[in-house]
Design a protein around this ligand. Structure first.
Ligand code: ATP
Ligand code: MG
Length: 215
């Protein structure tokens, strides 16, 4: 499996409780960063690794920025938090990105006994049983599900109950301060010339402007 060893940093390899946050990150914004930080503190995670996707299986038909740009923005956004890291694991793997493959790879690279926590938003988690090899995945790591503003929690709870019947490491729900921020909205704002300041780190905004993304 092609992957970048240099990106698998020592603090990641040595973590006992490791958070993994997958996403397209096109671009990364404060919704992602707040979610990761809330999960880190609440679940005593040593590190949270952000994993920008390669070809996202659920986003066919939507035009996605080059992996290089999404990776750079994720590095810029996480640079000031000593507990945040970025992994190229999915970007360096050919073909679509499946969480089950990513978790397997982390599992083999981390020390034995490391607890893995996959962090995801409620909108993605509600589909969890449809993910590739869902049964196997639910037995490989715990899940931290961030509830997102405007999300129907009745359906979510029903789905999570079904998933819990399979899960061996637990599925936990955390309330994240109401952040109705989405990458889709940020891309639309850039296209329309509306401000994006305070929705994402200034360094990421500067990168977007310099690279001419979302125009
Ligand atoms: P897009 O609008 O392009 O779908 P997005 O803002 O949803 O982008 P993704 O990269 O798709 O961002 O999301 C990565 C992960 O972060 C997903 O698990 C998603 O549910 C979660 N997430 C995204 N935005 C928020 C937010 N504001 N609060 C909490 N979780 C979020
Ligand atoms: Mg999304």
């Amino acid at each position: 499996m092609a992957s970048d060893n240099a990106s698998f940093k020592r603090d990641v390899a040595e973590a006992r409780r490791l958070g993994i946050m997958g996403g397209t990150f096109d671009p990364i914004h404060y919704g992602h960063l707040v979610t990761a930080e809330v999960a880190r503190v609440k679940f005593h995670l040593d590190v949270v690794v952000f994993v920008p996707s390669g070809v996202p299986p659920h986003k066919h038909g939507v035009e996605i920025s080059p992996g290089r740009d999404r990776y750079m923005m994720t590095v810029l956004a996480t640079a000031t938090n000593p507990h945040f890291e970025v992994s190229r694991i999915e970007m360096d793997r050919p073909g679509p990105s499946y969480t089950v493959d990513t978790i397997s790879e982390f599992r083999t690279r981390c020390r034995p006994g490391t607890q893995l926590f996959f962090i995801t938003g409620a909108d993605a988690a509600v589909e969890i049983l449809t993910w590739k090899d869902a049964q196997e995945l639910l037995r490989m790591c715990a899940f931290i599900v961030a509830t997102r503003p405007g999300y129907c929690t009745t359906r979510l709870e029903a789905e999570l109950e079904r998933a819990r019947a399979v899960s061996t490491h637990g599925i936990f729900v955390v309330e994240v301060p109401a952040l109705a921020i989405s990458s889709t909205d940020i891309r639309a704002r850039v296209r329309q010339g509306d401000p994006i300041r305070y929705l994402l780190p200034e360094s990421v905004e500067n990168y977007i402007r310099k690279a001419g993304l979302y125009l």
